[in-house]
Design a protein around this ligand. Structure first.
Ligand SMILES: [Zn+2]
Length: 155
């Protein structure tokens, strides 16, 4: 599995700019390289995933990892603080609403979970939270899944 990270790293060097970031599914910290590791050396809780650099707004971001059935398979520590209930195993639709564009959100998440590259941004609301958030939907892995990163917006 670390082979994918190595390939991403090599490509990054050739392009002089990182083509992917390596991050922990739990603490959300970034790592320079995985080596043969699959578990995060920082927190010992999460697995190491990679995604495009624009997929995450920052280190230790609030995010959920979602499978092709639109079920949450991992949540970062910041994401756990954002969702009012235990999000693991729940459907994304029960946690995040795209205000009349739920079908579009579901379509983008399914697309990312199937590995189609690119990052889509949608304005969303989070169950039990006031205000508007921006969801960034991108592919991540391994294993292949959708990364849904959430960031608060002014209105
Ligand atoms: Zn970690």
């Amino acid at each position: 599995m670390s082979d994918l990270a190595h390939i991403a790293e090599r490509r990054g060097r050739r392009a002089q700019a990182p083509r992917s970031v390596l991050f922990c599914s739990s603490c959300g910290d970034f790592l320079d390289r995985a080596g043969r590791r699959r578990v995060c050396p920082e927190c010992g809780m999460g697995v190491l995933l990679s995604a495009a650099p624009e997929a995450l707004p920052a280190r230790r971001a609030a995010f959920a990892v979602v499978d092709g059935d639109l079920r949450v398979t991992a949540v970062s520590a910041a994401g756990e603080r954002l969702f009012e209930s235990d999000a693991l195993g729940r459907s994304l639709a029960s946690l995040v609403s795209a205000r009349g564009r739920d079908a579009e959100l579901a379509r983008q998440v399914a697309r990312a979970a199937s590995g189609v590259s690119g990052t889509t941004r949608l304005r969303v609301r989070i169950a039990g939270r006031r205000g508007v958030f921006e969801a960034r939907v991108s592919p991540c892995g391994p294993p292949r899944a959708a990364l849904v990163a959430l960031e608060r917006r002014a209105n």
